[in-house]
Design a protein around this ligand. Structure first.
Ligand code: PLP
Length: 373
């Protein structure tokens, strides 16, 4: 094997090149560049895929979080609960609307918001909880929703890493009051640039979010009922996403298949492998294992040209923008930061590649064992 990339967007493009090229040419021929026909079509396609009534396309996933928080009326003085282990967009969006992120540690099995710790973090200022379906594993939505309802809080699901994940057959994004989506190129459903979307079953929230994303115009042009912002999806991204959405179910199954192959072949080694509970569909945006020998493994994989990553190397509360917040330990988030190692995973991988990666991991572990004994 000469080289194994972390993701391979070229291989995916090659596999659907004619469909993509045709879609792009159509958008250009019609100069439907901003919002417009193709964005509306993608909204309809994605709403059908999710089985939800409202999808609003926007410029990126970070905006989708921020706009939904605004549409929910979150502002200065409010608190929003977010997991200590996630990509910074989740907490950044909270600060961007003037509210304060309140971090809660994640569950040691699923790495998603730990419902056991949720109630202790709720105050009179809490307005919204943002569970993140980290790596593609659904957060414990039944319990989170039960707690949220009891405290009269809204729930905004961050689905950026979890297109198609579900709990007992119910898709993520359909549990909470609203959901935010990212189509950053490397995501399970990725555009060829920045793109995002918001989904909700609430017509009221949908109207508000759409209005905010388009300069406060809920419908008619030049009829501004409030100040909003510019966060629209461009036509090229929308057309590309409509093409790619048709392939998403097959790609998702392939990701799950490769993840299973990793888990089968790495079983028995002294590493923690991803666990998937009963009724859970984990869509493996990231396949992360955990090991106290991570440093040795990283060095060995690099020497064999096998790409790898860490999601994420620092718990959010430990980062400079959050140093002013009251601190407490986040032992699970810290352990993930110290020990997690993400392996290459994308639909176009081959059995040979998976076997090679596993072989090298096995080798790196036996090397580090012989070094320490
Ligand atoms: C990617 C990501 C986002 C933000 O998406 P962008 O489209 O890059 O703005 C938000 N939350 C999580 C958990 C993500 O992984």
């Amino acid at each position: 094997m000469n080289k194994i990339p972390f993701v391979d967007l070229t291989a995916q493009y090659q596999s659907i090149k004619s469909e993509i090229d045709e879609a792009i040419a159509e958008v250009i021929a019609e100069t439907a560049f901003i919002s417009g026909k193709y964005a509306r079509q993608f909204e309809a396609d994605f709403a059908a895929y999710l089985g939800t009534s409202h999808v609003i396309a926007c410029a990126n996933g970070t905006d989708s979080l921020e706009i939904l928080l605004q549409a929910m009326g979150v502002s200065q003085g409010d608190e929003v609960i977010v997991p200590a282990m996630t990509w910074i967009s989740t907490s950044e969006a909270v600060s961007s609307v003037g509210a304060t992120p309140v971090f809660v540690d994640v569950d040691p099995q699923t790495y998603t918001l730990n419902p056991d710790l949720l109630e202790a973090a709720i105050t009179e200022k809490t307005r919204v909880i943002i569970p993140v379906h980290l790596y593609g594993h659904p957060a414990d939505m039944p319990r989170i929703m039960e707690i949220a309802r009891r405290h009269d809080l809204k729930v905004l699901e961050d689905c950026a890493q979890a297109h198609g994940a579900s709990i007992d057959g119910k898709l993520v994004g359909s549990w909470g009051d609203a959901a935010s989506w990212s189509f950053y190129p490397g995501k399970n459903l990725g555009a060829y640039g920045d793109a995002g979307a918001m989904s909700t079953a609430s017509e009221e929230l949908a109207i508000m979010a759409r209005s905010i994303a388009n300069h406060g115009q809920p419908g008619k042009k030049h009829h501004h009922v409030r100040e909003g912002r510019n966060s629209r999806m461009d036509g090229l991204q929308a057309a590309i996403l409509s093409v790619k959405l048709k392939h998403l179910p097959r790609w998702t199954e392939q990701r799950i298949h490769w993840a299973q192959r990793y888990s089968e072949q790495l079983a028995g080694l002294p590493v923690d492998l991803p666990s998937v509970g009963q009724g859970i569909k984990h869509v493996f945006h990231v396949y992360a294992l955990h090991s106290s020998q991570r440093g040795d493994m990283q060095a060995h994989l690099s020497s064999r040209n096998i790409a790898h990553s860490v999601h994420y190397p620092t718990p959010l509360p430990a980062m400079p923008p959050y140093q002013h917040l009251p601190t407490q330990p986040f032992p699970v988030a810290q352990k993930i930061s110290d020990q997690s190692l993400s392996l290459p995973l994308y639909p176009e991988m081959t059995e040979e590649m998976i076997q090679y990666v596993c072989e090298q991991i096995r080798l790196s572990l036996s090397l580090s064992e012989s070094k320490s004994s």
